[in-house]
Design a protein around this ligand. Structure first.
Ligand code: PHE
Length: 450
């Protein structure tokens, strides 16, 4: 790829815009929907601890490496990795990191849009006052009836995909910046409000203990794999999203603090979401391991009980939609940027990517009704897509990125690009990227697949 493609998609206005955009990518359904439900399924505290460890030893170091590659390449992840592999004389298969990422992007976007569709439905349900004074039973039935209606799910999935395409087609810079600037603080505010509510519920202590009491017996290999996979999913790593955003980052910004800020915010949102959802689960005798429906069966109870709950609930689900939206955009960006570099107009590139992901998403729509009983390997079609992306492809992408930056780039070029001010911190990070992250990811990976 000729050098004239470098930087053709534009540069973020400042380091802060990158933080906002990357946080917009990281904070999404992964934090509010997925984290609580997989924590519930994997027994609570032990899983949470593993997740935090994975964020620190694998997530943060790989995130820095990925942004670094993006900024150095200044192109879509596919072309960036091709150029980087060539320039650093690495084996050609490293250039495949970009391709694998684009494929996992399709897979993720396809089911992400389906779940985001559910949150769209909940905006309507909240606004109609359906959950005022709702019992756990009411919330459960309402969710069940939504899932059993494939046409409804398809319509919502279509709507969300159109929303996503609309922003991407306008270009990341203009499409995204303003929305995250407004959204993130608001989302935080709402989460704090809900946390205030959950503290008053009788199940708060039980919820807290469920999340933060470490019970080693509950730790299984499977749950460690899920924790690792989720640390990648929630930080948008190993598939090019963060690399693509890194490509638009101003040259002089230091990576260290920037990345830590994003990872910290992302983790905080997940933990607060857990602290909201589990106390409600225990206060109402619900099942923590109730799977993907967990958030949709607990939050309506909280809103139903709050004064002005219909209004607050509506605002909250609007925010969740926007959080999912700003993530979905980043999932599609690597493939779209690649197609643009190939000469397609941004509009056509967006249409192609979104259409393919939409088509594949129909499989996930049906996984919750018509095909619910059709299970293979890890479960339904949706379960398999989720598993293979988060637990296989993203960690694999991550380990390759770490090895590439750790072993195939010179210390000088890495240092010049990272611009980490403290030499101690830089050395710690480089050591992690060279040894700790790859070994940890590789080990968990092999264990999990065996
Ligand atoms: N990190 C996003 C979330 O937590 C999901 C995502 C995955 C975004 C992969 C980009 C890439 O919801």
């Amino acid at each position: 790829m000729s050098a004239d493609k470098r930087g053709m998609h534009g540069i973020w206005g400042s380091r802060w815009t990158f933080i906002l955009a990357a946080t917009g990518s990281a904070v999404g359904l992964g934090n509010i929907w997925k984290f609580p439900y997989i924590t519930g399924e994997n027994g609570g505290g032990a899983f949470v601890l593993m997740y935090l460890v994975c964020i620190l030893v694998a997530g943060v170091p790989v995130m820095m490496a990925e942004v670094l590659l993006g900024r150095k390449g200044r192109m879509s992840p596919i072309h960036t990795m091709q150029a980087m592999a060539r320039e650093n004389k690495a084996p050609a298969f490293f250039s495949g990191i970009g391709w694998m990422g684009a494929v996992s992007g399709f897979f993720i976007l396809s089911f992400y849009s389906v779940i985001a569709g559910w949150t769209l439905a909940y905006v309507g349900k909240m606004a109609s006052g359906e959950f005022l004074g709702a019992t756990a039973e009411v919330a459960k039935t309402s969710f069940g009836s939504l899932l059993s209606d494939p046409w409804m799910l398809l319509g919502l999935h279509t709507l969300f995909m159109l929303m996503t395409g609309f922003v991407i087609a306008r270009g990341v810079k203009h499409g995204l910046e303003d929305s995250v600037r407004l959204l993130m603080p608001l989302l935080f505010l709402m989460l704090i409000l809900l946390l205030g509510y959950s503290i008053t519920t009788p199940g708060f202590t039980q919820g807290w203990n469920f999340l933060f009491t470490f019970d080693a017996d509950k730790l299984t290999t499977e749950s460690i794999v899920v924790a690792l996979g989720h640390s990648f999913f929630t930080l948008s790593l190993g598939m090019g999203a963060i690399m693509a955003y890194g490509a638009y980052m101003p040259a002089q910004a230091s990576l260290g603090k920037t990345i830590l800020a994003v990872a910290f915010l992302d983790t905080l949102v997940a933990l607060v979401a857990g602290l909201i959802i589990f106390p409600i689960v225990f206060s109402h005798g619900l099942e923590p391991a109730s799977g993907p429906g967990l958030m949709f069966q607990t939050l309506p109870i909280a809103f139903g009980a709050l004064p002005g709950g219909a209004f607050i609930g509506t605002v909250f689900f609007v925010l969740v939609v926007i959080a999912a939206w700003s993530s979905a955009i980043s999932i599609a960006e690597p493939a779209v940027a690649w197609a643009v570099e190939k000469g397609f107009s941004r509009f056509r590139a967006t249409f192609g990517v979104c259409f393919l992901a939409w088509l594949l998403g129909i499989g996930s729509v049906l996984s919750f009704n018509q095909w619910a009983e059709f299970k293979f390997l890890r479960g339904t079609f949706f379960d398999n897509l989720d598993f293979i992306t988060a637990n296989v492809m993203m960690p694999l992408g991550g380990v390759l990125i770490a090895i590439f930056v750790g072993w195939f780039m010179t210390r000088e070029s890495v240092a010049a690009e990272a611009r980490v001010k403290s030499p101690v911190l830089f050395n710690i990070w480089r050591f992690m990227v060279r040894y700790i992250s790859p070994i940890a990811i590789f080990y968990i990976f092999i264990e999990g697949l065996s």
